[in-house]
Design a protein around this ligand. Structure first.
Ligand code: 13P
Ligand code: SF4
Length: 338
């Protein structure tokens, strides 16, 4: 896989060289002005990152924001595939990611060479790839989708259109069922959503009979079949905010509960359990690598930053632009601007 991350060089400032009394948040505010930077954050980021972000959203909202911003620097508080999308859409901007190791198990599960071979077995299929994939897999695709626009995009194709979908098998299975389409699905999974456990969920639902369950479509069918609402991170947030009720079970990464609590302080949000009955699994280990200190250093050092070979960028841009054209929603006005 092509390495699209450029690490900070030997001259870079490190945490150890900073005064221990240095005010990181003040430093971020100053660099934001000096470098004309915008801080974009996904809902799975730690609350202290969400609280200083200029914009918080799901993958689609963040891609749109990255495409339209006039900032010189995009500080992407999320994972690598998201920062890559920002660079593909806005190549003239500096795009930094606080931790270069912030990847994604779905991206890791789908190596470009293997995906090419899989694709070549079905020449009469179009290739729909989930945005949680590498730039190279995007370049092998006809159109990119996110969990918030996938169903609406698929519905725009004729019912007999054969489709390859990758790399998330649970999202693929959910979409095939919802749209009635014939799909060849790549067998990748998300380490977070894969671990929610039906038996423990049922126990939790029995103990909280009035709770409403909202789930991300990366969850297995055994979880989705119990859900009152299935949608992207923003869709789940909007649903629990507008729905009456005191208790909500959330089957997605638990940091999103920060925005839920801010929007609805009187409601109780419970993370869906894993096999051991706790919610410890609902923690994305990749998203958790970013923190406020690394964010500051990334802005200061302008690294780790994303660099994509131009031929690859152009090849990945076409299916990403098609996604934005095919997305029926107007640019999201409800995403949280901190
Ligand atoms: P959303 O597009 O719903 O924000 O999801 C991104 C993601 O990585 C879910 O695990
Ligand atoms: Fe990837 Fe899952 Fe983390 Fe989302 S929650 S970034 S799909 S590993």
């Amino acid at each position: 896989m092509i390495n699209t991350i450029v690490e900070a060089g030997g001259e870079a400032v490190t945490m150890n060289s900073l005064d221990p009394f240095f005010d990181i948040e003040e430093g971020i505010a100053r660099l934001r002005q000096e470098k004309n930077a915008i801080i974009l954050a996904h809902y799975y980021q730690a609350p202290e990152i969400q609280d200083i972000a200029d914009f918080i959203g799901d993958s689609l909202d963040l891609s749109r924001k990255a495409a339209e911003t006039d900032a010189n620097m995009i500080v992407f508080c999320g994972v690598k595939f998201m920062a890559e999308c920002a660079k593909i859409l806005s190549p003239e901007k500096i795009v930094v990611l606080p931790d270069s190791e912030a990847g994604c198990s779905l991206e890791d599960s789908c190596k470009p060479d293997d995906f090419r071979k899989f694709r070549d077995k079905f020449p009469d299929h179009i290739v729909l790839s989930y945005i949680n994939s590498s730039a190279e897999v995007k370049a092998l695709s006809d159109i990119i989708v996110t969990s918030s626009n996938a169903k609406a995009i698929i519905d725009q194709f004729p019912i007999d259109q054969k489709i390859i979908f990758g790399p998330d098998r649970h999202l693929g299975a959910y979409l095939a069922k919802e749209t009635g389409r014939n799909m060849e699905i790549w067998p990748g999974t998300c380490v977070v959503h894969e671990q929610f456990n039906e038996r423990e969920l049922i126990k939790l639902m029995v103990n909280h009979p009035n709770a409403t369950l909202a789930a991300h479509p990366e969850c297995p069918e055994s979880i989705l079949k119990h859900a009152d609402h299935i949608g992207s991170t923003r869709s789940i947030l909007e649903y629990v905010t507008r729905t009456d009720g005191d208790e909500f079970i959330i089957a997605t990464e638990q940091q999103i509960i920060h925005q839920m609590q801010l929007a609805s302080p009187d409601k109780t949000f419970i993370t869906a359990p894993g096999a051991d009955g706790t919610c410890n699994c609902a923690n994305c280990p990749f998203m958790a690598l970013n923190d406020i200190e690394k964010l500051y250093l990334a802005m200061l050092n302008e690294a780790p930053h994303i660099e994509i070979p131009e031929d690859l960028r152009i090849a990945a841009l076409a299916p990403l632009q098609k996604m934005i054209e095919f997305s029926p929603l107007a640019p999201n006005k409800n995403s949280t601007a901190a």
